[in-house]
Design a protein around this ligand. Sequence first.
Ligand SMILES: C[S@@+](CC[C@H](N)C(=O)[O-])C[C@H]1O[C@@H](n2cnc3c(N)ncnc32)[C@H](O)[C@@H]1O
Length: 300
Amino acid sequence: MKTDYVAAASKLASTFHRRGFTKPTGYFFILVLAYYLGYLSALTKNPSTKTLNHNQPPQSADIDHYQFQTQCANPVPYQLARKIILNRVFNDTSPYMNFPQPHIEPFLRHKRIKGWGSTGAVFENLIRKVKPKVIIEIGTFLGASAIHMAELTRQLGLDTQILCIDDFRGWPDLPSKFKDIKMVNGDTMLLYQFMQNVVYVNATEKVMFLPYSTQSALENLCQWGVFGDLIEVDAGHDFHSAWSDINRAYKLLRPGGVIFGHDYFTVADNRGVRRAVNMFARVNGLRVKADGQHWVLESR
Ligand SMILES: C[S@@+](CC[C@H](N)C(=O)[O-])C[C@H]1O[C@@H](n2cnc3c(N)ncnc32)[C@H](O)[C@@H]1O
């Protein structure tokens, strides 16, 4: 198409020449014409340069964005939560048994805890309010917030199981930022250091974990009927990760339960947490409350 326009322009140029147009006028005219033809050509080649109507309602296929696993199994009694995970994930053997193995011990520190907003007032506020039997934490890292919640439930005399979901891989440049968390043959010791922290504070009876992606761990909890009264979302902070985690997690919330998460009011919120939380609340007719840097949503 573009070559046709160019051929037409050069044909016109030679016609002008034959008919004796003065040079500057002729060249100026050709320049304007070539520019216009080029513009026309770009339009026909790339229809996306046409104005798009961003207000169009979503097409039916877009509904997939809002659909996650539809039906979970009926909730099992809360006393079974830990047992089911031991059975399904760890073949009925406690992962804390004989921990740490002799070949792992030299890579661990007795206690190495680091978190972000992991001891904010929101934890105590919600634990006092909900008195949870099962807490599900999505994003655990070294266990700072999980250990804080274990301490709080202990102080309040609550018999609470805390189920921690994390792939314990952190993120790609973790080894350069956390040099004291060792890497062995490309495998970060994050999981073992988290376990060591839990052992150190004597919380192995309260804290169990699922060392998988949030997506597969949450889907499995849904299939097994393992629900939570309190769910903390603090894993991937980009919009799509947060959107997926919140949608999957909300399905696991018992009636009267509360779901909450970090980075509603920190710089990280611009990466998508706040947008995901607000959109989830809007779509589900919920009201977002804030507690410090955290967002809070109550089940309907
Ligand atoms: C901000 S840290 C969690 C901090 C923790 N809640 C605290 O306050 O101490 C985020 C964690 O989410 C985990 N994570 C991120 N995306 C994940 C995913 N898709 N599946 C599993 N874990 C993920 C990372 O490995 C990391 O340990």
